[in-house]
Write a protein that binds this ligand. Structure first.
Ligand SMILES: Cc1cc2nc3c(=O)[nH]c(=O)nc-3n(C[C@H](O)[C@H](O)[C@H](O)COP(=O)(O)OP(=O)(O)OC[C@H]3O[C@@H](n4cnc5c(N)ncnc54)[C@H](O)[C@@H]3O)c2cc1C
Length: 428
């Protein structure tokens, strides 16, 4: 940190600059913008984003990059006004999850089933295209007067009372930088926040497929000794597959002809949805794990993948990121209402403690699933397999996992506790 300089005049300072307008950054910005409700001066907020997705036609074919969003995420996106901007025919509610290990038949009593009805809910969440979540959150932010700046962060200079942000389009000044610029975060790197990263040496192959049998509004996931294979239900009746395997196996699978690949899908899904036909190209995503040692530094906070990246087998990345955004914004808005500095260290420390304590056990559980169910052999793996069947038969444990699947466990930000139908209200 350098001593206070006035390269940026205080009158031009933004309160918060969100670097990265992906699903998490766009939502964080829109939440901060709500600070003006009730006739108060709102926080001055802008988003810096170099790759805004093009506006898509309402009837365009569904994209293969989708996320399973929890009910908590639905509440957050509803509160910022993004939910009504997403065309209903593109959203697929899913009512249950069926998870099983390759050692048991796909429709046996040993299959772990989480049903929303069990928790008295209409569904567990929605499968939605990533670019739709991002576009809707950015549009909601702009509709409420927020500014999206097209550009990329190149350098940060942190001073005692503000931060200078260099972009290709000029220099911006703000009292707080929110780093929402994904796993390879330039913000994290610029401020020297160390992160523990490791490759899983696995690749996720993603594509949309049509299946012979209907998806039954169910997310299907089979743990294989060589990885995991998930079928997520889509609004057009197709499914999105996420097939995570070791890098070498992924290269082989991608080299197969479409019909050979479809044959492998049928075999590895144990025919649970019948024959499978590819509807899109196969895309590949190398998988890594990342945890930033600190989520905050002087006048900077990280949210979403910039702070933590988990294996996609549990479909938690966006959901955890939206909860980061909601938690940070609740604390910043509260401080601002008390006429405190939104970049104050005390606010950032509370955010870091809150979210780290929520994320660490979840990341640990996901690691266990990957290690002992998706790849494991030996005694611990057998214990984990038996554990799946036991969860299915133990009401209390099952209810715990369903609450987690709904995104409604742990210490939730206020906005995620509110039912989706409720009118947006001030954050503090
Ligand atoms: C195969 C796969 C399946 C997944 N499935 C699910 C799922 O079902 N459910 C779920 O919750 N999660 C899922 N995830 C995880 C999810 O995709 C990520 O957690 C999520 O995209 C993170 O959002 P983000 O906004 O933090 O980061 P990103 O989506 O990476 O967005 C970062 C943004 O920052 C911008 N940016 C980058 N650098 C700069 C810079 N220098 N200056 C300014 N802007 C910059 C980028 O253009 C981008 O828009 C999955 C991931 C994978 C790989």
């Amino acid at each position: 940190m350098s001593a206070t300089t006035q390269a940026v005049a205080p009158t031009e300072l933004l309160d918060v600059l969100v670097v990265g307008g992906g699903p998490v950054g766009a939502t964080a910005a829109a939440l901060l913008n709500m600070s003006g409700q009730g006739g108060r001066r709102p926080l001055r907020v802008a988003v810096l984003e170099p790759n805004r997705p093009a506006v898509m036609a309402a009837d365009a074919a569904l994209d293969s990059r989708v996320s399973a969003l929890s009910r908590a995420s639905e509440r957050i996106l509803s509160a910022i006004g993004a939910w009504p901007l997403m065309p209903l025919p593109r959203l697929q509610p899913y009512e249950r999850m069926r998870v099983w290990h390759e050692s048991v038949p796909p429709r046996s009593a040993d299959v772990l089933e989480f049903d929303a009805a069990y928790a008295g809910e209409p569904n567990l969440g929605y499968i939605i295209e990533n670019r739709l979540i991002q576009s809707a959150a950015l549009a909601a932010f702009e509709a409420a007067g927020g500014k999206v700046i097209a550009g990329e962060l190149s350098r940060l200079r942190v001073h005692a009372d503000h931060v200078e942000v260099e972009t290709g389009a000029g220099t911006l000044g703000c009292r707080l930088v929110v780093g929402a610029d994904g796993a390879r975060s330039r913000v994290r790197e610029s401020i020297g926040l160390a992160a523990e990263t490791s490759s899983y040496h696995q690749t996720a192959i993603v594509a949309n497929v049509r299946t012979e049998l209907p998806h039954e509004r169910t997310a299907w996931q089979r743990f294989l000794r060589t990885g995991t294979l998930a079928f997520l239900p889509l609004a057009d009746g197709c499914s999105s597959i996420v097939w995570s395997v070791d890098d070498a196996a992924a290269a082989r699978l991608r080299g197969l002809s479409p019909s050979e690949f479809e044959e492998q899908l049928l075999r590895q899904s144990d025919g649970v949805l019948g024959a499978v036909k590819l509807r899109t190209e196969r895309s590949a995503f190398p998988l890594q794990k990342l945890t930033a040692h600190r989520f905050t530094a002087h006048r900077c906070a990280l949210v979403g993948d910039a702070a933590h990246v988990v294996h996609p087998l549990a479909g938690q990345g966006v959901n955890l990121g939206l909860l980061d955004a909601a938690a940070l914004c609740e604390l910043i808005t509260g401080a601002f209402r008390m006429r405190e500095d939104p970049g104050a260290q005390s606010v950032l420390r509370r955010y870091e403690r809150w979210r780290k304590s929520e994320i660490e056990p979840i990341a640990l559980a996901i690691e266990g699933f990957n290690r002992y169910l998706a790849h494991g052999v030996g005694p611990l793996s057998r214990v984990a397999q038996r554990g799946l069947a036991l969860v299915n038969r133990t009401d209390e444990v099952k209810r715990f996992f369903i609450t987690r699947a709904l995104g409604l466990g742990g210490e939730l930000p206020r906005i995620a506790r509110r039912p989706a139908a409720a009118a947006p209200a001030p954050l503090s």
